[in-house]
Design a protein around this ligand. Structure first.
Ligand code: HSE
Length: 410
């Protein structure tokens, strides 16, 4: 029998307890031993639960319990999760976490600590919820040099964009529904501001490219400024707006960003809607591989956590190889060097004059119109430009007012 503890009985933690209890037989068969849920740390009491006696508010009862070999951290946030996970690894317990904030900020340090103590630190659920992505990236695609990873990495914003596009729902209504369904973070500004997706692309990039990519090194834009008008213009271009996290291998490192982008309808990720996440990995041998599934929610995320628990139970005295090194100065290159074709929308008194001026400055541009579009606007698609090239050209336009700019995923 292997004793387990859970830190945090929120959406994911309660899902882990539910799966461990309801699927105890199947889990034991796969782990090769019975897994006993021994303690759950939470500040709240849950007197009506059949396992109410397992709760404690005292972390010491877990970290000092030598019988507990595996600790599941599903508290979220950096502190005290980091302190608790570190203490568990120092006390000889393997750890599973779904906490992307923790892994994105401290993954290299915690992986090194686990390695030094011959323990495992696994976090499949931290990216893509229930989608298997870290193991496949690390193991099945190991023969490849990864050239690029691009993903719809946040279920809440994908759900919201889908509701806005399909049901004409307002931003606020869509967010409220996502929160009600348990998809959003405790602080949903992490979802809509792109920070949750940023943490996930950091984890993917660190694993794929071997050095820690920190969230503060990644240019991040969210969806708070995306309007129904943007959605209409994207459709007029034959595309769909998605919040994309993207990491591209460069000669000496990686370039990484999170931003809403227009995906052509035939892109592998364009049809990934609702709470689903989609992740495309481009390997130099395999080409493009896509992973799609439920990226948020109680049981999908808990299923990935429990799979890691099973893996750790099977490898109590052996190490899994998942690893990356510390961050290195210069490894993450400035996103501004990557060229994107842009959809630019301007306010103008005379669309014909504006179109002529845009063609003079940008060279070949394609104009875009939408049915029932607002008066006094002109929209064009530019050739691929770096951010610096775009700024230079916009400065040449003088007094034309830029209303909106969106990148095309290319
Ligand atoms: N808030 C996150 C999302 C939860 O919406 O994707 C899963 O990481």
């Amino acid at each position: 029998m292997i004793a387990i503890a859970i830190l945090g009985h929120g959406v994911v933690g309660s899902g882990v307890a539910e799966i461990l209890r309801h699927n105890a037989e199947g889990v034991a068969a796969k782990a090769g031993d019975t897994l006993q849920l021994k303690r759950i740390l939470d500040l709240r009491a849950f007197p009506d639960l059949p396992y109410a006696d397992l709760f404690t508010t005292d972390f010491q009862e877990i970290v000092q319990d030598e019988e507990i070999r595996i600790v599941v951290e599903t508290m979220g946030g950096l502190h005290p999760a980091y302190d608790f996970v570190k203490a568990c690894l120092e006390a000889g317990k393997s750890v599973v976490t779904s906490n992307k904030e923790l892994v994105a900020a401290k993954g290299d340090e915690l992986l090194a600590l686990a390695r030094a103590n011959n323990l495992n630190f696994l976090f499949e659920a931290s990216v893509g919820g229930g989608i298997p992505i870290l193991r496949p990236l690390d193991q099945c695609l190991a023969a490849n040099n990864v050239l690029e990873i691009a993903g719809i990495l946040n279920g809440t914003t994908n759900f919201m964009l889908t509701k806005m596009i399909r049901d004409n729902m307002s931003f606020e209504e869509a967010l409220a529904l996502a929160q009600k369904l348990g998809y959003a973070e405790r602080d949903p500004s992490a979802d809509v501001g792109g920070h949750d997706a940023c943490r996930k692309i950091c984890i993917l990039a660190s694993l794929a490219f071997g050095k820690h990519v920190l969230p503060e090194q990644v240019h991040t834009e969210g969806i708070t400024e995306v309007t129904l008008e943007d959605v209409q213009y994207a459709a007029a271009c034959g595309g769909v707006i998605k919040l994309i996290g993207r990491a591209i291998r460069t000669e000496h490192g990686v370039t990484c960003m999170v931003a809403p982008m227009i995906l052509p309808q035939d892109n592998l990720l364009a049809g990934v809607d609702d709470v689903f996440n989609g992740i495309m990995v481009r390997g130099d041998s395999v080409g493009d591989v896509a992973f799609v599934g439920r990226g948020a929610g109680k049981l999908p995320t808990a299923s990935a956590v429990v799979a890691d628990v099973i893996d750790e139970a099977k490898h109590l005295s052996a190490r899994k190889y998942l690893f990356w090194g510390p961050a290195e100065a210069g490894f993450v290159e400035n996103y501004r060097g990557t060229a994107y074709a842009m959809l630019l929308r301007f306010a103008c008194a005379s669309p014909a004059e504006a179109a002529t001026r845009l063609a003079q400055v940008f060279g070949e541009v394609r104009s875009v119109t939408v049915a029932n579009g607002a008066e006094g606007q002109v929209a064009v698609i530019t050739p691929a430009l770096t951010a610096d090239e775009l700024d230079t050209k916009l400065a040449q336009l003088g007094d034309m007012t830029l209303l909106r700019s969106l990148r095309f995923y290319n």
